[in-house]
Design a protein around this ligand. Structure first.
Ligand code: NI
Length: 171
């Protein structure tokens, strides 16, 4: 397994959308394991393939407190949703930038597991926010896109400062 480098906004790969996974082969298993390891290494609740520079329709998430409930979403789609909620949002590809985003309160998602078996997952609160956030990534959308142009500008400034501070720490 390997910790992969996370792609930052405004990388084009975050915007180009994804293609369905059709081969559930060893390469896919390796990619899923690497994405899980990467997500846990940076303490994220979710990670979508475009964020590691890959354009397959694939994401992983874990919204549990104990960090022991990995969910693999292959070819996920929202099939039902209800209500609206304002939820705090952030993204590994937009580090240091947080705001509240309005999304469906409850969603049901249909997806395949790592072996190609279809299943359904539903949830509200953080689970709902995370499912919608990761599926957005697979469609080339960032949480910033749900905010006003003014807020987007402010958050991109925050991100730049965060990245600069990171660089300083590293050098
Ligand atoms: Ni994200």
């Amino acid at each position: 397994m390997a910790v992969l480098e996370i792609v930052m906004d405004p990388a084009p790969v975050l915007r180009q959308g994804t293609q369905p996974v059709t081969e559930f082969d060893d390469a896919l298993q390796q990619l899923i394991d690497d994405m899980l390891e990467t997500m846990y290494a940076v303490n994220g609740v979710g990670l979508a393939a475009p964020q590691i520079g890959n354009t397959l329709r694939l994401a992983v998430m874990d919204v549990s407190m104990e960090r022991n409930e990995p969910v693999v979403l292959v070819n996920p789609e929202v099939v039902e949703s209800r209500g609206r909620q304002l939820m705090a949002a952030g993204c590994l590809s937009v580090p240091g930038a947080y705001d509240k985003v309005e999304r469906a309160e409850w969603v049901k998602v249909k997806a395949q597991d790592r072996h190609g078996n279809w299943f359904e997952i539903e949830g509200e609160g953080l689970r709902s926010e995370c499912l919608q956030h990761e599926i957005d990534h697979l469609d080339g959308t960032l949480f910033l896109d749900h905010l006003s142009p003014l807020k987007q500008r402010r958050l991109r400034e925050k991100m730049k400062k965060t990245l600069k501070a990171r660089k300083r720490r590293k050098s």
